[in-house]
Write a new protein. Structure first.
Length: 366
């Protein structure tokens, strides 16, 4: 029997209410289900990419060392990447983990790898030019002993020329501290040679300042030793205050020996004695117009200052190679290999002493 129309509409209305009630009850559950499903898809983390980058960075560090010699890498670059690797490993171990942290860690490890590549040290030698170049310590030289010492280096002359017109260009200084000047306090030492403005050109000598009164300085000559251009010479000079003697060696052979008229002194004015390489720092003080007028024209490397008088055998044993493992040399007071452009100031291998550099060209070894 058919229901009356109003009863039929009533039944439909009640069914709609029931359906709406059921829908309202299950909607939060459906919503949570949908949201959870979406979250699950959106936080799918790609940890494999970071795992691979950590392996790549770790492998890249294998065999690399920080140092100051060619083939090594600048200080702290390797240590910094090692720290970044540990940090990235910590991200992988964290909970919860976010994809943006993974992506950022990969970028940081890539940057660390590129930084190390850019910090590799390549061989470069300093080229000094008369009237232009200057390499000098800024103040008191604590490593310059007064009783006995040896200075040595390797020198490659490009010419025996100088900057003419001032007077002191007649000599060129290979290694030199603030030293003798007639009429002023004199002291320190100089390893130098005669330029083409003074005969005989190429004569090598080692002198010390002995005080403010005449003769002001005392010289030991080795005769003409620097003649062939574009050739490497190993040069060493010793000083012994107890005997007032000096010996000069070229390529391991003793070529000069003599006695000084008095002991070397240091003028402690103007901040104390400074060390100049390829240049005399004295002229900065006495007459600025003469600044850089007694430079060498050539390359200087492997500068060593020892707190003892080296024997002939000690000089010969190490004359042709850069020093390594310098901690084994207890009497080595300062050492500048000068075989890589390491910024300004140029620090010695002990990390204690710096040299300010101006007008020096860094060239490929040859």
């Amino acid at each position: 029997m058919a229901l009356p129309l109003f009863e039929k509409n009533l039944k439909i209305t009640e069914m709609k209410k029931l359906i709406n009630k059921i829908f309202l009850n299950i909607t939060p559950i459906l919503f949570l289900f949908i949201i959870n499903g979406c979250d699950k898809d959106s936080i799918s983390i790609d940890t494999q990419a970071l795992d691979q980058k950590i392996v790549e960075a770790t492998s890249f560090l294998d065999g690399k060392e920080e140092g100051t010699q060619p083939g090594f890498y600048s200080n702290r670059t390797i240590t910094k990447l090692q720290n970044r690797i540990e940090w990235a490993q910590g991200i992988l171990a964290s909970n919860p983990i976010e994809q943006k942290l993974i992506d950022n860690a990969i970028l940081i490890l890539d940057a660390g790898i590129e930084s190390i590549k850019a910090s590799e040290i390549f061989s470069k030698y300093p080229k000094f030019t008369p009237g232009t170049s200057k390499m000098v310590s800024p103040g008191n030289i604590a490593y310059a002993p007064l009783d006995e010492f040896t200075v040595e280096c390797r020198f490659k002359p490009a010419s025996l020329n100088s900057v003419s017109g001032y007077g002191n260009e007649i000599v060129a200084h290979i290694l030199c501290t603030d030293h003798q000047y007639v009429g002023a306090d004199t002291g320190g030492y100089a390893l130098r040679y005669y330029t083409n403005d003074l005969a005989p050109a190429g004569q090598l000598e080692f002198l010390v300042g002995i005080g403010a009164a005449p003769p002001y300085w005392s010289v030991v000559s080795a005769g003409v030793q620097i003649q062939e251009l574009n050739k490497w010479y190993h040069i060493a000079a010793t000083y012994n205050a107890s005997t007032l003697t000096s010996k000069i060696y070229v390529d391991g052979v003793k070529v000069g020996e003599g006695t000084f008229a008095g002991p070397m002194v240091h003028d402690m004015a103007n901040g104390g004695p400074r060390l100049g390489i390829g240049y005399s720092p004295m002229w900065d003080i006495t007459d600025p117009a003469w600044n850089r007028r007694s430079n060498v024209d050539g390359q200087i490397i492997d500068v060593r200052i020892w707190g003892k008088e080296l024997s002939s055998s000690e000089i010969n044993d190490r004359k042709g190679d850069f020093l390594t493992n310098i901690s084994q040399y207890t009497s080595l007071n300062a050492y500048w290999p000068l075989n890589a452009q390491m910024g300004n100031p140029v620090m010695d291998a002990t990390g204690k002493y710096g040299l300010n550099v101006e007008g020096v060209d860094w060239v490929d070894p040859n």
